[in-house]
Ligand binder design. Sequence first.
Ligand code: SAH
Length: 207
Amino acid sequence: MGIEARELADRLRSAVADPQVLSAIAAVPRERFVPDSERERAYENIALPISCGQTISQPLVVARMLELLALDARDRVLDIGTGSGYHAALLARLAGHVWTIERHAALSEQARTVLASLGVENVSFVVGDGYIGLPERAPFDAINVAAAPGEEIPRALEQQLADGGRLVVPIGGANQHLIRITRRGDRLERKRLEPVRFVPLVREPED
Ligand code: SAH
């Protein structure tokens, strides 16, 4: 074990400059986050189906999002769309603590089991609506959104950024782009980045 994850990291090297991100990719066994039927393809640079009709994101996109978040070892991170837990496991290697939110309890539970089996202890699992963030744990140094909210950046997430905090989110409908938002006091700097394709961030019915 481990060689294939290292090979995946090597293949991402041309597109991802941050050595710490590449080390994290090399250290996390992606095969543990995919269904048995997909295990042979676990180290290919492609998104794969997981349960509940969702997907584990493409490794290149995950690595780029990690790089864009420019994490520090003490950072408090909010991760939206736990899915398999792969992205959360990588965030956990690069930051201080990760709160990861998922609307499907079954996915959250599976991810919790996998991370526990890998000895990851700095991730808290929340079942709920990531659209509203996690105000009771805010502010966050970094917010990672692994599902597409549509054309609008969720206001609640911007509000939960610490000063200097970074938010990376796919924005758009049929054509999505990554956007990085950095808070500088009351100001929010926005930068539009590469095209991506994520499953939708589902709005929970409001009552
Ligand atoms: N980061 C994941 C992949 C994310 S796929 C991984 O590493 O495997 C997007 C995930 O977002 C799906 O699991 C989906 O169920 C979840 N999701 C969609 N809308 C959501 C919402 N409003 N709140 C929380 N999770 C949501």
